[in-house]
Design a protein around this ligand. Structure first.
Ligand SMILES: Nc1ncnc2c1ncn2[C@@H]1O[C@H](COP(=O)(O)OP(=O)(O)OP(=O)(O)O)[C@@H](O)[C@H]1O
Ligand SMILES: [Mg+2]
Length: 277
């Protein structure tokens, strides 16, 4: 079976939104999206504003439900289908596997910056002293001034908030990283630091799926692009049943859920999810 070393794999995913506050209007966004990201590979999503790039990352992170298809994430010898996983299983993935830098930082009021960055490690049971050390090292690397470490990022500048967001994810050293415009508010010097840190994550074997509007930056951080426009629905309508069934960027001959490498598949059933915890 062709396994291909993937860490993240989307199979024929379709997504629409029902706008309950607007008479139940239905907005069809994506149809039949398939892609895979291997260990140590960096893939960029491209396409015009509003095409569905952020929605893809949110579906993978478990924030948005999908209409159809599967989203498979592999780590620690386990394959999870995010689309059918229990809430506890999604939290497990977020703790151990999936790091996500959102396009817009949701700042947690009153929690100091250092604590925010330490949290991914504390949640995994890392010793607080060690977690603090690692968080501070990343904050220094990202040039967040020490005087800000004990303050909540609520009042920080856009670039400072974005760096806190990135620091939190980088400190976690997640096997799969989802990056939504991670450098959009950064000055050139900080952008370079983030590019270098992304490079190091790749060397560690992290699988990256990101959105980068700057084409030059995209070329530097990603080795392959997926044009989301190829999976966009041509019009917002009730009819989204037509699919071509093909994979856009690479041929994935293995469409079965069995990962074929001895790892356990927990896609689907709640009993399988329970085994994870
Ligand atoms: N929670 C939501 N409810 C309703 N519609 C949504 C929601 N999230 C996204 N959409 C719609 O889905 C479409 C895709 O949005 P998305 O944010 O994924 O685009 P994008 O490609 O990331 O755009 P940009 O480059 O501007 O960030 C848009 O038409 C948007 O209005
Ligand atoms: Mg977006």
């Amino acid at each position: 079976m062709n396994d291909n070393g993937w860490m993240l794999r989307l199979e024929s995913v379709s997504k629409s939104f029902t706008l309950h506050t607007q008479g139940g209007a239905r907005l069809c966004v994506l149809r039949n999206l398939s892609l895979a990201v291997r260990q140590g590979e960096s893939v960029a999503l491209t396409g015009p504003s509003g095409i569905g790039k952020s929605s893809i990352l949110r579906m993978i992170y478990g924030n948005y439900a999908v209409d159809r298809g599967r989203i498979l994430v592999r780590n620690r010898g386990v394959v999870v289908d995010v689309t059918t996983a229990s809430a506890a299983c999604v939290l497990w993935l977020r703790r151990w596997t999936l790091g996500y830098v959102s396009q817009f930082l949701r700042v947690i009021p009153r929690v100091p910056t250092r604590q925010i960055v330490m949290e991914p490690l504390l949640e995994r049971g890392v010793d607080p002293g060690r977690a603090r050390e690692r968080a501070e090292a990343v904050l220094i690397r990202l040039q967040i001034p020490k005087r800000l470490w004990d303050l909540s990022p609520t009042t920080f500048s856009g670039g400072e908030q974005q760096r806190v967001n990135i620091a939190r994810v980088l400190v976690g050293e997640y096997p799969v990283l989802l990056l939504d415009e991670p450098t959009a508010s950064l000055d050139p010097a900080n952008r370079e630091i983030v590019v270098e840190m992304i490079g190091r994550a790749r060397e560690r074997g992290t699988a990256l799926l990101g959105v980068y509007h700057d084409p030059e930056l995209r070329c530097r951080v990603a080795e392959r692009t997926v044009d989301v426009g190829a999976f966009a629905t041509s019009a917002n309508s009730e009819d989204e049943g037509v699919t071509d069934g093909s994979f856009h960027t690479e041929a994935l001959s293995d469409k079965a859920l069995d990962p074929g490498d001895g790892s356990r598949s927990v896609a689907g059933g709640s009993a399988g999810n329970a085994r994870l915890l």
